[in-house]
Design a binder for this molecule. Structure first.
Ligand SMILES: NC(=O)c1ccc[n+]([C@@H]2O[C@H](COP(=O)([O-])OP(=O)(O)OC[C@H]3O[C@@H](n4cnc5c(N)ncnc54)[C@H](O)[C@@H]3O)[C@@H](O)[C@H]2O)c1
Length: 276
């Protein structure tokens, strides 16, 4: 294998610049994806808001357009390969390139493994893991046509350490972590200039928890919504949960050339949770 040694340091970009880059963000209708779509658009990217929820996705694209930035909404079910093919066809026809993919769509639910149905296990794997596989598989050929790109996979602190009531979620996010490393190495070996990294947020203030089937039991146990969030915050060394924007900032860094020597890496943004 030839090693390309360059002493021309002026080539290295220090700017977090994604101006005019075409970026697909999955699950951009809510939470972290929404913050990311707004931030990327504000930084000059052409944002493709891809979500299964048409109402939320269209709302985000309109919110971005109203600020004078560029965004399109396209409906995407990350579990469905034909849906992905449709998204890439749209991107190719309308923007002729793809520079950034953020595989962010995901769901979470807790509960005991002995009570988890196979159907729910498979549904979670389909969204959290199959979705990342399908998006990445079809992004690579398109990115290759444009001399490379950056793929950011949203894993979790729960993809690094276990949690006693979230076996399915931890499995899916651990899968995303190693999928990222394997694909990063494949791309590096191919010298196709595509970088693949994962991010690992701790608890973030988004509606994700509230959609899980056991959330209401937890809220009741904690004496209400405020108590539930307080309990989650207390498990974090910084004593609070993250704002979606704090996660979007890290995704922006990985998506941009400022992280040009990072591939196959895992960026943890968890207020110290996994440092314990
Ligand atoms: N919120 C947290 O504390 C936290 C922590 C660590 C990691 N994460 C991860 O961050 C990502 C985003 O989570 P969030 O908290 O913003 O959640 P969220 O529920 O606010 O947003 C998730 C979005 O994904 C979309 N989605 C769900 N299924 C889909 C499908 N099949 N196809 C396309 N879109 C689909 C939803 O419509 C929604 O807009 C997830 O992968 C999640 O696991 C979240």
């Amino acid at each position: 294998m030839s090693t390309n040694i360059s002493f021309n340091h002026s080539k290295v970009s220090s700017a977090v610049n994604i101006k005019n880059k075409v970026a697909i963000i999955t699950g951009a209708g809510s939470g972290i994806g929404r913050a990311c779509a707004n931030l990327f658009a504000q930084e000059g990217a052409i944002v493709i808001v891809a979500d299964i929820n048409e109402k939320l996705g269209k709302e985000v694209a309109s919110e971005i357009s109203a600020k004078g930035f560029v965004a399109d909404f396209i409906k995407l079910d990350v579990t469905d390969e034909s849906s992905w093919v449709n998204v890439y066809k749209f991107v190719q026809e309308n923007h002729s390139r793809l520079n950034i993919l953020v595989n962010n769509a995901g769901i979470a639910f807790g509960g005991s493994i002995t009570e988890l149905s196979l159907e729910d296990w498979r549904r979670l794997m389909a969204i959290n893991l199959d979705g990342v596989f399908l998006g990445t598989k079809h992004a690579i050929p398109l990115m290759q046509k444009n001399n490379g790109g950056s793929i950011v996979n949203v894993s979790s602190a729960s993809g690094i350490v276990g949690s006693p009531t979230a076996a399915a979620y931890c499995t899916s996010k651990g899968g995303v972590r190693l999928f990222t490393k394997a694909v990063a190495l494949e791309c590096a070996q191919a010298r196709n200039n595509i970088r693949v990294n994962s991010i690992h947020p701790g608890a973030v203030a988004t509606p994700m928890f509230e959609k899980g089937p056991t959330w209401s039991d937890f809220v009741n146990q904690m004496g209400g919504l405020e108590g539930a969030w307080k309990k989650i915050a207390e498990s974090t060394p910084l004593g609070r949960v993250a704002e979606p924007q704090e996660i979007a900032n890290a995704i922006l860094f990985l998506a941009s050339d400022a992280s040009s020597f990072m591939t196959g890496s895992e960026l943890i943004i968890d207020g110290g949770f996994t440092a314990q």
